[in-house]
Write a protein that binds this ligand. Structure first.
Ligand SMILES: Nc1nc2c(ncn2[C@@H]2O[C@H](COP(=O)(O)OP(=O)(O)OP(=O)(O)O)[C@@H](O)[C@H]2O)c(=O)[nH]1
Length: 281
C-alpha cells in the first residue's frame, strides 16, 4: 500500500483530476473526519469546487463525541453547507444520502424536467484526505465490495460509475486531497487520529498534546482508563506522561509509552472524542 507524500506535483495532479471529474458530477460529497472536522478539511476545497453543490459527510461519527457532532452539523449549516454524520461501518443508509442529495439538487432537477429532459440518476464524487473513509463509504453506498479498502492512506485506484440506487451514481475514484499542514495543532490533531503518517510528528509531542486535550475536555475518561488519582491530575503534562510510562512498565521509554497512549485513544479506549471544538470556531 502506497503512502502519499504531498509534494507540489502531487497537489497539482490531485487538483487537475478533481477539476476534470467536477465536469461530470452534479454534486461533491466532501468527507471529513467527525473527530477533526476542521483539521481534516482540505484547505483548498471551497476554491476547488466553487459553485458545485456540496454535501459535507462527517465520517467515523461512531468515534466522535455525539454532542460536538451535532454542534458541527449546525456550524456547517450556518456556513451554508448541508452536513450529515455517518458511521460507515454500521448504519449508513443509501436512502438518507439519496434523499438529502435530491433535496440539495431539487431546483436543478426540476429545471431539467421542465425543459423536457428525461429523469436521470444524480452523479456524485466523494473527496477527502487520505484515510478519511472514502472507500468504506463507497462500499456501503454501493452495497458490495466494489472499492478497495485499507487501513492506510492511499489505496484507491481506477475509475468507473457505481450504482448506489436508481437515483444515485458514484464515481469509484474518490478525489484524494491533502490535509492542512498549516500549524502544529492541526498536525497534532491529524496525527492523533491517525490521519497522517506517524513519523511526521514526534510521538511524545502528540502524546503531550493528547494529554492536554483530554484533561481539558474528557478528564473523566482519562482518569478512568488509567486509574488516575486527584494527585496525578495536578501533575504537569510531562510529569503525567512520565507517570504513565512507569505505569505501563516501560521504565523511561517515553516514546513507546506515547505510542501506547496514542493507540489507546485512536482505538477509542478512552471513549468517543472530538478534537476540533465548535466553541473555538
Ligand atoms: N470506526 C469507523 N471507522 C471507519 C469509518 N469509515 C472508515 N473507517 C476506517 O478508516 C480506515 C480508512 O478507511 P478507507 O475507507 O480506506 O479510507 P480512504 O479515505 O478510502 O483512504 P485512502 O484510500 O487512503 O484515501 C479503515 O480502517 C476503515 O475501516 C467509520 O465510519 N467508522
Amino acid at each position: 500500500m502506497a503512502t502519499i507524500q504531498w509534494f507540489p506535483g502531487h497537489m497539482a495532479k490531485a487538483i487537475r483530476q478533481l477539476e476534470e471529474n467536477l465536469h461530470v458530477v452534479d454534486i461533491v460529497f466532501e468527507l471529513v473526519d467527525a473527530r477533526i472536522p476542521q483539521a481534516s478539511r482540505n484547505p483548498e476545497i471551497e476554491r476547488l469546487i466553487k459553485e458545485k453543490p456540496h454535501l459535507v459527510i462527517m465520517t467515523k461519527s461512531d468515534l466522535a463525541d455525539p454532542e460536538e457532532t451535532t454542534n458541527w452539523i449546525k456550524a456547517f449549516k450556518k456556513q451554508g453547507l448541508p452536513a450529515i454524520a455517518v458511521d460507515s461501518k454500521a448504519n449508513i443508509t443509501t436512502k438518507t444520502i439519496t434523499r438529502i442529495t435530491q433535496s440539495i439538487l431539487a431546483d436543478k432537477l426540476d429545471n431539467e424536467l421542465q425543459k423536457g429532459l428525461k429523469e436521470r440518476p444524480i452523479r456524485a464524487i466523494t473527496v477527502g484526505i487520505p484515510n478519511v473513509g472514502k472507500s468504506t463509504l463507497l462500499n456501503r453506498l454501493v452495497n458490495k465490495r466494489a472499492a478497495q479498502v485499507g487501513d492506510r492512506p492511499g489505496v484507491t485506484k481506477g475509475q468507473q460509475w457505481l450504482r448506489s440506487s436508481s437515483k444515485l451514481q458514484l464515481l469509484d475514484t474518490p478525489g484524494i486531497l491533502w490535509p492542512k499542514f498549516e500549524d502544529e495543532r492541526t498536525g497534532q490533531a491529524l496525527a492523533l487520529t491517525g490521519a497522517i503518517k506517524d513519523q511526521r510528528f514526534a510521538s511524545d509531542d502528540v502524546a503531550l498534546f493528547a494529554l492536554k486535550f483530554f484533561r481539558a475536555y474528557y478528564e473523566g475518561a482519562l482518569r478512568k482508563r488509567y486509574k488516575l488519582t486527584d494527585d496525578d491530575l495536578v501533575l504537569s503534562d510531562v510529569d503525567l506522561l512520565l507517570k504513565l510510562t512507569k505505569q505501563f512498565g516501560m521504565k523511561d521509554d517515553y516514546d513507546r509509552a506515547s505510542d501506547r497512549l496514542i493507540l489507546d485513544i485512536r482505538k477509542g479506549k478512552l471513549g468517543r472524542y472530538t478534537v476540533d471544538r465548535t466553541e473555538e470556531e
